[in-house]
Design a protein around this ligand. Structure first.
Ligand SMILES: [Zn+2]
Length: 167
């Protein structure tokens, strides 16, 4: 901290122990020691000293409190880091599959890769008896829904002969 900040904290100490006469040498020593500290640490340490020591404190008292404050700060920092880690983990985006470009691309390829090779049949119940009714396409001699067609083609390694039959 600056010399001025140190003087401010020293004045605080003197105000806390009004009956103690402080010599110039002692004052200089305190100002030197305080100036070595970060201001927030020094201020907290001085306040701790004032709260815990009845008579004018020694520099050793200040040193003890500085250690206590530093340890508290260390723990607070660790705690904050842990919290930040937890937050970062919670906020890690977990987009639905349809928002992941690679997946969308893959699904598109599947759909486009299968559909044009098959002849569209009349709408009706899927003859693979999956229970779906609606759009169908010819797969060999059966009319199946797109889902069953895709399933069969995948099972067949997507090999289709010239008749449009799944090999
Ligand atoms: Zn089906």
């Amino acid at each position: 901290m600056t010399r001025e900040q140190a003087a401010g904290l020293f004045a605080l100490l003197r105000a806390a122990y009004p009956r103690t006469k402080i010599g110039d040498d002692t004052a200089d020593l305190w100002l030197d020691e305080l100036a070595k500290l970060d201001h927030p640490i020094g201020e907290q340490a001085v306040r701790s000293v004032m709260a815990s020591v009845r008579g004018w404190p020694s520099l050793a008292h200040l040193g003890d409190q500085v250690e206590v404050v530093r340890e508290q700060l260390r723990r607070k920092r660790q705690e904050a880091e842990r919290r930040a880690e937890v937050l970062a983990d919670e906020e890690m985006p977990r987009p639905p599959l349809r928002d992941i470009p690679v997946v969308v691309e893959f699904l598109e390829r599947m759909r486009i890769g299968v559909a044009p090779t098959l002849e569209r049949a009349s709408d009706g119940p899927c003859e693979d008896k999956c229970g779906r009714t609606g759009e169908r396409c010819w797969l060999g001699r059966v009319r199946v829904c797109a889902k069953c067609a895709r399933y069969r083609l995948n099972a067949a390694g997507q090999a289709i002969d010239s008749d449009g039959e799944a090999a």
